[in-house]
Design a protein around this ligand. Structure first.
Ligand SMILES: [Zn+2]
Length: 165
């Protein structure tokens, strides 16, 4: 993928992420109560790869006007702040770990739901950045379109992760 294509792809991801967040805000006021959301912002990543859709979703969520950074501190590895949703009062912990130079595993963990991986059986985005040899082989992945369906609670279909478009 050349630079132009990569940027175009990132813009497509951001667009769909914003669409999903808008859907939650319109339907429920904020995203905090939606199971697919709790799963996708909080699931584990890597170690040798990152879920680009998850990182974009975490970033856009923290930019929501009713998400507020709090002064809470905690000793978790990679802890980069707590966020309070003024819509519903939920507290989220932001974990950001640099797993490779300038590449991050971003996670948002809802207070009281520190193990969101168990909500769904191991789904990730098809859009992944990986170190050669450490790709998420054998895991089930969603294309960007199918991801939107999943996040909105509609029927979706996954297929085994593979690299490339
Ligand atoms: Zn909320």
């Amino acid at each position: 993928m050349d630079m132009n294509e990569a940027l175009k792809n990132l813009e497509r991801v951001r667009e769909q992420v914003r669409r999903v967040l808008r859907y939650y805000v319109d339907e429920g006021g904020c995203p905090c109560g939606y199971r697919p959301f709790i799963y996708w912002v909080g699931k584990k990543q890597g170690p040798g790869w990152q879920d680009n859709v998850q990182n974009a979703l975490v970033k856009s969520t923290l930019e929501l006007p009713f998400f507020e950074k709090t002064e809470l501190e905690c000793g978790d590895w990679g802890y980069s702040g707590s966020w309070f949703c003024r819509g519903c009062g939920t507290l989220w912990r932001h974990i950001s770990i640099e797993w490779r130079m300038l590449a991050f595993h971003d996670r948002l963990l809802r207070k009281g739901e520190e193990y969101p991986d168990s909500l769904y059986p191991g789904l990730l985005a098809m859009d992944v950045a990986a170190t050669a040899g450490l790709e998420p082989k054998g895991l089930e992945a969603l294309s960007l379109d199918q991801w939107v369906e999943f996040m909105m609670g509609r029927e979706y279909s996954s297929r085994p992760w593979r690299s490339g478009p």
